[in-house]
Design a protein around this ligand. Structure first.
Ligand SMILES: Cc1ncc(COP(=O)(O)O)c(C=O)c1O
Length: 206
């Protein structure tokens, strides 16, 4: 019996012959993991983003976890994350020992604003150590104003730029994830994201 249902693929990245050739080259090399292509990828990310340090990760979730561990949370430290995002934005700081407080988001864009961020700081009971703004669906948060609020309270900014590689801020021309307004940034290179490596992620620092 034939099945006439249409199958919609969860992720269908656009791949060209040179992408396939590059994968075949790796498969024929002795380096199936952590080889020279990984260092070349990290160097290219530094070049594109204007960052000093990029670390290739197994996915965006591990990039967020790496950034969270680097913050070395003390007991009771709080991290503010948007109330609309993928679970990993909250799970990563939680797994690294922080308490998570959710900030409201702009009803039209789904991203945090300086006002909703400030509101979450007011509601938080304890030391707010960090905020993880998410550039949801590639829409950049107002990082300069968010940084103004963060600086007033000595709060570290980690950009969850998992949806937004290649994006930029019209306000100063800097790239999303360049750490121009943050201490660290993270990307996901999962097939449903703007740039796919299969599974993959990146954690970046200026
Ligand atoms: C906003 C956001 N952050 C982090 C992640 C985690 O990325 P990954 O699936 O590569 O672990 C995702 C994945 O969908 C995401 O949408």
């Amino acid at each position: 019996m034939s099945d006439s249902r249409t199958i919609y693929h969860y992720g269908a990245p656009y791949l060209e012959q040179d992408d396939i050739d590059a994968v075949v080259d790796v498969l024929k090399s002795k380096w199936l993991t952590t080889g020279p292509k990984v260092s070349a990828f990290e160097a290219k990310l530094n070049e594109i983003l204007g960052c000093k340090y990029s670390v290739a990760c197994s996915n965006g979730s591990s990039a967020l976890y790496l950034a969270s561990k680097a913050l070395d949370f003390a007991d009771g430290d709080i991290v503010i994350v948007p109330s609309i995002t993928f679970l990993a934005t909250a799970n990563a700081p939680h797994m690294a020992g922080a308490k998570v407080v959710f900030a409201d988001v702009c009803p039209k864009k789904g991203i945090i604003t300086p006002e909703t961020f400030a509101g979450a700081i007011d509601r938080a009971e304890g030391t707010v150590r960090a905020v993880f703004p998410v550039h949801l669906n590639g829409v950049p948060c107002a990082m300069d104003s968010i940084a103004d609020v963060a600086n007033q309270h000595n709060i570290t900014i980690v950009e969850d730029a998992c949806h937004a590689i290649g994006g930029g801020y019209s306000i100063d021309g800097s790239m999303v994830g360049s750490c121009a307004h943050s201490s660290m940034s993270t990307f996901s290179f999962h097939p449903v994201k703007n740039l796919a490596t299969g599974e993959g992620g990146g954690c970046h620092n200026k």
